[in-house]
Design a protein around this ligand. Structure first.
Ligand SMILES: [Zn+2]
Length: 263
């Protein structure tokens, strides 16, 4: 009875988990990073935010709510390693870990795994893991690194290439943990690249990789001086709403229905 209201797997006992897995077969897995976020945001920004988003999404869903698996805090952040405090794992370590967690979740009865990713550097490893989980456990596995809401979020921001510790991310931290933002340390750095095909926020851009220190000496890519708490609250609202919609669409469906339903 109480267990039905609990969304964090880690807070359940095993008999409660057994009961929950009998009533719901969708789980959310937040994945973050511990890495520099400029001179004004904490190192755990991506980890904290991914865990928050997963919890908010699960809480806002109808019964039976999805389970939230414990956060994977560490991510692929080697490109931020020139800045102190960044603790990174390699892409293959993250992919193996997520694969193992996904396989174990599948053994518990999870048939749909939604990976909620708080950090762009994790994307290739998480896609690799999602593919191998699908191959080995034949469950539905998807990765959201912001795709469900990027169009809305970029429309709310004024800054181009605002992808790291800038207007968007500083706003979202201000909305959750205003005391964690060193307001007077915020500095604008908006990168310009030699080809618009390299722009981070363009739909036509290629995926490319560089050490952040080669682009920005502060570690910021964007304009944190344009951030506001109110903007952050609007960004969170749309991210939660869109992910809840996705979860609600697939929650009660069988895998056959997910792959074939027209709605
Ligand atoms: Zn971040």
């Amino acid at each position: 009875m109480i267990a039905m209201d609990l969304i964090n797997l880690g807070e359940l006992t095993w008999p409660e988990a057994k009961e929950r897995f009998e009533s719901v077969d969708i789980a959310l897995l937040p994945v973050g990073a511990i890495e520099q976020h400029g001179p004004h945001l904490p190192l755990d920004t991506d980890a904290f935010d991914a865990a928050y988003l997963a919890k908010e999404v699960a809480t806002a869903c109808s019964q039976p709510r999805p389970l939230v698996l414990p956060l994977i805090s560490y991510g692929v952040s080697y490109h931020h390693a020139d800045f102190k405090g960044t603790i990174s794992v390699s892409p293959d370590t993250l992919a193996r870990l997520v694969h193992d967690v996904g396989m174990s979740a599948a053994q518990n009865g999870v048939k749909k795994l939604v990976i909620i990713n708080g950090h762009g550097g994790n994307v290739p490893a998480l896609h690799f893991a999602a593919q191998t989980i699908n191959r080995d456990a034949r469950i539905f596995t998807c990765v959201d690194s912001g795709e469900t809401s990027d169009t809305d979020v970029y429309a709310m921001a004024e800054t181009p290439n605002d992808v790291h510790a800038g207007e968007i991310e500083t706003s979202t931290v201000m909305a959750l943990r205003p005391d964690a933002v060193r307001m007077e340390k915020r500095r604008k750095f908006v990168p310009k690249f030699s080809s618009h095909y390299l722009d981070f926020t363009s739909r036509r851009s290629v995926s490319w990789y560089a050490r952040t220190a080669r682009i920005s000496s502060s570690g910021v890519l964007g304009d944190p001086t344009k951030a506001s708490r109110e903007k952050g609250e609007r960004i969170w609202a749309v991210m939660v709403k869109n992910l809840v919609e996705l979860v609600e669409h697939i929650k009660e469906m069988s895998l056959d229905e997910i792959y074939q339903a027209k709605y």
